[in-house]
Design a protein around this ligand. Structure first.
Ligand SMILES: N[C@@H](CCC(=O)N[C@@H](CS)C(=O)NCC(=O)O)C(=O)O
Length: 208
């Protein structure tokens, strides 16, 4: 039975992609071993497993999985309780669209703001506040009508997007536009108050 095979996660505590996977593992109450990687010097094992050498990588028995949002869908299908994907195909589409938006657009805008010209082109850095303001409006519009991104139930959409909103909230200088988005801030706070988040952020010893 695949559900009983050992789960090992190559992770990095502050990586928002790895956070997605740890949150889902904890939400499902799964036992797993965490191998805390050094972002500047990944283990040889990780480099062999991931074609682009990135965290997270999940090992499930003899299977190697990577790409955070694909890992979380795998986990939801393999360990169905509690379900984090809706049954309805239109809602499933929306979960995937939020994930796409986050991966393709929002994450980049957060990076442009957070890292500035040390990592991004000056035009992107210049545009970041305006783009982030639009992104936050999109989140706020959804979250003012229902408690979670796509409705009344928490789904993978919430777990995929929240680590990046958290990154933005923690960036310096503080992005003050956030304060005009109370539903988004309350949603972030609600996720960070879940027991799964506390477990997700618990410090682990690094692999040597
Ligand atoms: N698309 C990947 C992105 C993972 C990713 O970019 N992880 C970062 C850490 S937050 C990483 O490993 N970076 C190392 C590198 O790019 O060399 C996913 O969703 O898993």
């Amino acid at each position: 039975m695949s559900g009983q095979e050992k789960l090992i996660l190559h992770s990095y505590r502050r990586c928002p992609f790895a956070m997605r996977v740890r949150m889902v593992l904890h939400e499902k109450g799964l036992d797993f071993e965490t191998l805390e990687e050094n972002l500047r010097n990944f283990s040889e094992e990780l480099k062999k497993m991931h074609p682009e050498a990135k965290v997270p990588v999940l090992i499930h028995g003899d299977k190697v999985l990577y790409e955070s949002a694909i890992i979380t869908e795998y986990l939801d299908e393999t360990f169905p309780t509690p379900a984090l994907m809706p049954e309805n195909s239109w809602l499933r589409f929306q979960v995937r669209l939020w994930t796409y938006w986050c991966n393709q657009h929002f994450k980049a805008h957060v990076d442009h703001y957070k890292y500035g010209e040390s990592r991004s082109q000056s035009q992107d850095v210049l545009m970041a506040p305006e783009r982030l303001t639009q992104d936050l409006s999109k989140l706020e519009q959804n979250l003012q009508h229902h408690p979670w991104l796509i409705g009344d139930e928490i789904t993978l959409a919430d777990f995929h997007v929240f680590p990046f909103v958290r990154q933005l909230k923690r960036a310096t200088p503080y992005f003050e536009v956030l304060d005009q988005h109370p539903h988004t801030l309350a949603w972030l706070e609600k996720i960070c108050a879940r027991p799964s988040f506390e477990k997700t952020m618990k410090k682990k010893k690094a692999v040597s």
